[in-house]
Design a protein around this ligand. Structure first.
Ligand code: NAI
Length: 314
């Protein structure tokens, strides 16, 4: 077990996951929330979850569930949270005015060594750290849900974030067995959502034009592209699908351009007939009262997949 302290602000879905990731490496984790009930619910959830993972042989790290749970404390005092913390992971709801107000509060009490990292999925770090005294120690570490099973973390610096803060965060993510990528500078949507939204835009059109059903689109991904991408990324896939990437582009670059020229304009995703069609087909695939069951299946699958991936990475 370690003596260093990590603070988590916000004990909802993502705050709980980060808490478990940091305790898995033996850090002393302190959770803070504005709602005391949320804190007790979080503790109860984490306790059950750690023991469930242990029972199924899926617990991360070398400590037992009980040892990991003992690394966890809660507080309703932001000052107590930030005292002697080496790192704070912020996980409050995605409301820019809430984030701004919290970062302002933190700025007044932070110690010099503390790095503050946001879980935000949509806000560039400059939006809520500009002008703060400790802005050089603030950045984004964006996880993917569920973070315990999907290891990617996008580290996104603001223009004023120090290289040391970025490197410290990257090393910490590696230590807790996450897989960080570091953006050289902030960009709207970071990397994951820029790519994900390009896919969703095209899917919107394909369903709208009745070319494919929702279920068939998902089959294209989970029985096709996704199978490759779970092991190789799109670039290595291309590199291997010809005699190297130069050969791939020479052979297929023209075709890629020809197809790409037929893409429709970026769709406005809003309520209307296309969304009705998509929603009806999604709900036929997974009725809304089955979402929780399906999420559990997803988590079980991702856990097995990540174990399999580890075998290939040896
Ligand atoms: P959530 O709604 O489950 O939890 C938010 C928690 O923050 C609640 O417990 C709430 O009481 C607490 N809170 C609200 N204001 C606070 C304040 N000023 N100080 C301390 N605690 C406060 O939200 P969730 O889903 O955990 O999201 C948190 C962050 O993570 C958001 O920025 C979100 O964009 C990001 N994120 C969410 C993902 C998801 O799939 N849910 C995936 C990746 C990132």
């Amino acid at each position: 077990m370690k003596t260093e302290k990590i603070g988590i602000v916000g004990s909802g879905l993502i705050g709980r996951a980060w808490s478990m990731l940091f305790t898995s490496a033996g850090y002393q984790v302190m959770l803070y929330d504005i709602l005391p009930d949320q804190l007790s619910a979080a503790l109860e959830y984490i306790d059950i979850e750690l023991h469930r993972l242990e029972e199924h042989g899926l617990l991360r790290g070398h400590l037992t569930a009980e040892q990991q749970f003992k690394c966890l404390r809660t507080t309703s005092d932001l000052k107590e949270l930030s005292r002697k913390a080496i790192f704070i992971q912020e996980c409050i709801p995605e409301r820019i005015e809430w984030k701004r107000s919290l970062y302002q509060q933190l700025d007044d009490i932070l110690e010099e060594q503390t790095i503050v990292s946001s879980s935000t999925s949509t806000f560039m770090p400059s939006l809520f750290t500009e002008g703060l005294r400790h802005c050089h120690n603030m950045l984004v570490s964006h996880p993917l849900n569920p973070p315990y099973y999907i290891p990617l973390v996008e580290i996104v610096p603001a223009p004023w974030t120090s290289p040391q803060a970025v490197e410290f965060t990257r090393q910490l993510m590696l230590e807790i067995q996450q897989k960080p990528v570091t953006l050289k500078r902030e960009v709207l949507g970071f990397a994951t959502n820029r790519i994900q939204y390009a896919i969703l835009n095209e899917i919107w059109h394909l369903v709208d034009k009745d070319i494919l059903t929702v279920r068939d689109i998902d089959t294209v991904m989970n029985e096709g592209l996704g199978l490759r991408y779970a092991f190789l990324g799109p670039m290595e896939t291309a590199h291997l699908n010809a005699e190297g990437i130069r050969d791939y582009i020479q052979r297929f670059g023209g075709e890629i351009h020809k197809v790409s020229e037929t893409y429709d304009a970026i769709p406005k995703m809003e309520p209307g007939p296309t969304l009705d069609k998509i929603a009806e087909q999604c709900e036929e695939m997974v009725p809304r009262d089955m979402l929780a069951t399906r999420r559990k299946e997803r988590d079980a699958f991702l856990t097995k997949l990540s174990a399999l991936k580890k075998e290939f990475e040896k």
